[in-house]
Design a protein around this ligand. Structure first.
Ligand code: PRX
Length: 703
């Protein structure tokens, strides 16, 4: 065995294996063309719903320890009826502990107190890496599906552990300690995954900021979390375009006094300016030791925080902790998608969102899976990209967003049929409601009617999937475009406006969850009261999701959409107040109101009503352009409203509250019934806005 394996020698090893030109760092070259084909050890396809020999104990080996459970229904019953036993057994069996836990849970929703596996210690990176390296070091952990098709790079569990340890030692050398927050501003890539795991290894808390967010959004998150370090790339590559990640970080950290270092990895060969704070990550990794002793972390120590939008202007840092989150991510990954050892799991999400955390990284890696890191877009270089990738990588489970499916179905079936999709077993949808047309196309065309399609409902705060057609009884029906059934341990219920539990079938209400589960968020960073207020105050004793739902006579759940001022643009959650705050910054704009508006591909888009000052400094058209650029700069490009309509006044109640529901009705042409408008301060405002809307539609045909 060679003495010390430096990251250069390790990289050479990977290079040689993949026939990259020598001395080329394989994780960054945009133009590299070749990659060895990936021969996997595949297991025979067997859908747990489709075999006649289905038995609960081979499905979940812990069933025997769970009062000798014999059927799926008993399993589900015990998960809800006796969560201490259910989760206790699963946590002991599925996680590797440094010190066993003494208490399964200590929770009280009225206080917003959620704690699991108390007294236990473990390390998440050990559960995601060392555990598998010990058994099968050469199993492929990551397939990096880079932007250029056909240039994928495979990273084994051994290689990923090595890289993780080098980053961990680099962070430690530069003063990052247990409990410190580290911002990661990187698109999905092996380096980003290793950076997440490196933080987990040393007990630092990562907060990933989606690499499409602006410098100002990034700075806001870094400051809220008081991050000590930022990890980024020189540039990003997506859809054939290069993005200036390091420049955005430079801009952001100017106003972030807590940041002591910026670690810069290379994704492209282009040089970027390196300032006082900047450290070349690869150079440091070359010098670093490839072994790093993992920190023993308490179950309830923070693992990561992830900012998400609420109904106020300020995004909240949702906190997830170690053991409960990991167990829930791993279990949902296995049972919702029917993941089997040897499968290639393809979740198309970016690591900047919770889906990337739970189903690109933590769930699959904890299960020893091979997980795909998809760097590109569904239409690059053409609309066949997803399915060409499925064929080339032999993906078994494909998890994507309805917005991408809606976009692709417009290009027709040929782009799908061109490629062999026989490897696919399970299809999944996440992030927003999937409409019937998209569901049917995904199921019938992509999945050839033989794959199980699961519409999965969950949130950043829930940590993992809570409602989805699987798991379920063997061969249980799957109803199109419906999330349907709660996961183990999840007890959904519907509440009425006056806080009463709604019983029975064919009913609608506010979707709540009655009891805690290990994967749920623990707090909002730095503001526990906000956590209590947002999730536990509206319906005391229950977790309120913010979504509405319908329950059918069969007891299945259909999500009906948000009940607050949060909109969902291409599966990305955004508070309308965030956009309003950005627009209000313009000196010529005294007031705005933003609502969600249906969009064929994106699901929803922002529709902004703006009031302008009397004497404008610029022509109106120029101001509207400025408003768009303000939103892009202050938040992100995807947040820019598709519609900005100028009005003289906004509809307000006598107490000064904007009646957004009236605006929603007007723009969706439901003007016959505007609802109760008796509280409006001046009802003539309605006529004004209706006229403005008519004019807007004429000026912008088709809207
Ligand atoms: O409104 C629901 C919608 O997305 C919200 C959560 O957004 P986020 O925290 O960004 O997490 C997205 C990925 C898990 C929910 O409150 N949502 C998510 N999945 C679905 C959905 N709406 C309908 N159907 C779904 N399957």
């Amino acid at each position: 065995m060679a003495a010390k394996l430096t990251s250069s020698t390790l990289l050479h090893h990977i290079l040689n294996k993949h026939h990259f030109p020598a001395r080329t760092f394989p994780w960054r070259r945009v133009g590299a063309r070749h990659c060895a084909s990936f021969q996997q050890q595949k297991t025979q396809y067997s859908n747990h719903g489709a075999t006649s020999s289905w038995d609960v104990q081979s499905y979940m080996p812990e069933a025997a320890a769970l009062s000798n459970v014999q059927s799926y229904q008993e399993l589900l019953d015990i998960s809800v009826g006796d969560p201490e036993t259910f989760w206790g057994v699963l946590a002991r069996e599925r996680l590797t502990w440094v010190k066993p836990f003494q208490m399964v849970k200590d929770c009280d929703f009225t206080q917003g107190r959620v704690r699991w596996f108390l007294g236990g210690q473990l390390n998440v990176s050990v559960n995601c890496l060392d555990k598998h390296v010990h058994q099968c070091p050469e199993r492929v952990a990551l397939i990096w599906e880079r932007d250029e098709p056909g240039t994928q790079v495979n990273i084994t569990y051994r290689e990923l552990l090595d890289t993780t340890c080098r980053i961990a030692n680099t962070l430690k050398k530069h003063g990052v300690q247990k409990g410190d927050r580290v911002a990661i501003y990187m698109p999905v890539s092996p380096m980003a995954v290793a950076a997440m795991l490196a933080c987990a290894r040393i007990g630092a808390v990562h907060t990933i900021v989606f690499a499409g967010f602006s410098a100002e959004s990034l700075a806001g998150r870094i400051n809220d979390a008081s991050c000590k370090a930022v990890i980024t790339f020189n540039q990003g590559v997506r859809g054939g375009r290069v993005t200036e990640l390091k420049k955005t970080v430079d801009e952001a950290v100017k106003s972030c006094p807590s940041v002591k270092h910026v670690f810069v990895a290379q994704r492209t060969d282009n040089k970027v300016h390196m300032g006082n704070l900047d450290i070349s990550l690869e150079e440091e990794m070359d010098k670093a030791d490839s072994v790093c002793t993992p920190e023993a972390m308490n179950s309830e120590d923070m693992l990561f925080m992830l900012y998400t939008s609420g109904s106020t202007g300020k995004p909240k840092g949702v906190v997830h902790t170690q053991a409960g989150y990991l167990l829930y991510a791993a279990l949902t990954h296995k049972y919702v998608f029917d993941y089997k050892q040897g499968d290639v799991f393809g979740c198309m999400a970016d690591i900047g969102w919770i889906t990337g955390h739970s189903y690109v990284v933590y769930g699959p890696l904890c299960n020893g899976a091979t997980t795909v890191l998809f760097e590109s877009t569904p239409t690059y270089p053409d609309p066949g990209r997803y399915w060409e990738t499925v064929e080339r990588l032999q993906i078994n489970q494909f998890y994507g967003a309805p917005t991408a499916i809606r976009l692709l179905l417009k290009y027709g079936d040929d782009w799908v049929k061109k490629y062999n999709r026989s490897s696919l077993k399970t299809l999944g949808s996440v992030g927003e409601p999937i409409n019937h047309e998209a569901w049917e196309w995904f199921h019938n065309v992509v999945g050839e009617k033989r794959c199980t399609l699961v519409d999965t409902w969950w949130q950043t705060e829930t940590g993992g999937i809570c409602i989805s057609p699987r798991p379920s009884e063997p061969e249980a029906e799957v109803i199109p475009a419906m999330a349907m059934r709660p996961f183990f341990g999840i007890q959904p219920l519907l509440l009425s406006e006056n806080g009463k539990v709604i019983e029975g079938g064919d009913v609608s209400g506010a979707l709540c969850i009655a009891q805690p589960w290990p994967g749920m968020a623990r707090t909002i960073y730095g503001d526990h009261q906000r956590f209590v207020d947002a999730y536990f105050k509206t319906y005391p004793g229950y977790y309120f999701t913010g979504d509405g739902a319908h329950r059918t006579n069969e007891g299945y759940y259909q999500i009906t959409g948000r009940m607050d001022d949060v909109i969902n643009i291409s599966g990305h959650r955004l508070g309308t107040a965030e956009i309003e705050d950005a627009l209000d910054e313009h000196p010529d704009v005294p007031e705005t109101a933003v609502i969600g508006f249906p969009h064929e591909i994106k699901g929803e888009t922002a529709f902004a009503f703006v009031v302008l000052k009397e004497n404008l400094s610029l022509p109106e058209k120029a101001i509207l352009e400025e408003l768009k650029s303000i939103v892009a700069t202050k938040i992100a490009k995807y947040a820019v409203p598709d519609h900005i309509m100028v009005v003289k006044r906004l509809p307000k109640t006598r107490s000064g509250k904007i009646m957004r529901r009236v605006l929603r009705k007007i723009v969706t042409n439901q003007t016959e019934d505007l609802g109760d408008i008796t509280t409006l301060e001046d009802s003539s405002v309605i006529t004004e806005i209706l006229e403005a809307h008519q004019k807007y539609k004429m000026d912008k045909p088709g809207k």
